[in-house]
Write a protein that binds this ligand. Structure first.
Ligand code: SF4
Length: 261
């Protein structure tokens, strides 16, 4: 039997998301550990905040996919949370139960907020991708609504925040990338972006200008250029940063610093 020669596969393009870019900007060494050497899986510690956020997102996704308030009751929304609840990362069963109760209360508030008349949800929890040449840019959008005047509104749920300002939305890396991706997918539509704090219902909305979006694209391309240059051989010093105490690699970096000193 003849064995067919294996085709050389094209090297895969770098895929960048807001999370990956934010990780690199926060600490290039953390980026290397997570996405180049991929040792992150050995150090990852489940976090209650991540589980809570994922559970809330899934509950809202199911709620909107099933017709939201037009066909769903508030009890059904709460049931979606119980059905999709992610239990890992909590210190105790009591803490987990407290979070679940809090989540149900937040969803009840969400349900009671009157929807903007005529607004249609285009999709929930969808990944948008854009080929940028040397890399692919992607972002996962929580919800995209369309208003009666045709304006598209990107809605990003925050399950841990109580407040947000327009300035914070305008300078938020992920929100800027979501606008860039949405605008490239819907070039003829007006696009706005909102952060919605699920704990309080506070929402802030911005619309970036074409110049601002061009600046975001330039910044993303510049960071992508730096990231593309990283390999397993690239060395980064584990210098102390504010985020070290909450980083999964802290023990490893302390050990390396001790060895280097
Ligand atoms: S512990 Fe600090 S230096 Fe080490 S990877 Fe994390 S953030 Fe970077």
């Amino acid at each position: 039997m003849l064995i067919k020669p294996r085709r050389e596969s094209n090297p895969r393009k770098l895929v960048l998301s807001p999370t990956k870019i934010a990780t690199y900007l926060a600490c290039p060494l953390m980026y290397k550990y997570m996405y180049i050497t991929k040792i992150g899986r050995f150090y990852y510690k489940p976090k209650a905040g991540h589980s809570f956020g994922a559970s809330m997102h899934r509950a809202l996704q199911t709620f909107h996919e099933h017709g939201a308030g037009e066909t769903q009751t508030v009890e059904q929304l709460a049931d979606h949370l119980r059905e999709t609840w992610v239990a890992i990362g909590y210190e105790s069963v009591a803490e987990e139960q407290e979070s679940l109760t809090e989540g149900v209360k937040m969803l009840e508030e969400y349900y009671s907020a009157p929807p903007v008349p005529g607004t249609v949800t285009i999709f929930t929890e969808r990944q948008l991708r854009q080929d940028m040449g040397e890399f692919v840019l992607l972002g996962r959008i929580d919800r995209l609504d369309q208003h009666t005047d045709g304006t598209l509104e990107i809605i990003d749920y925050k399950s841990g925040r109580e407040d947000v300002t327009e300035d914070e939305v305008r300078h938020d890396l992920a929100m800027s990338i979501y606008q860039l991706l949405t605008k490239s997918q819907y070039p003829n539509d007006r696009v706005t972006a909102s952060i919605l704090c699920l704990r309080t219902g506070v929402k802030a909305t911005v619309e970036m200008t074409a110049e601002e979006l061009a600046a975001v694209e330039n910044d993303v391309r510049a960071v992508a250029g730096e990231i593309l240059a990283i390999s397993e051989d690239t060395e980064f010093e584990p210098t102390e940063k504010d985020i070290c105490p909450i980083c999964d690699f802290e023990k490893l970096c302390i050990k390396i610093r001790a060895q280097n000193s």
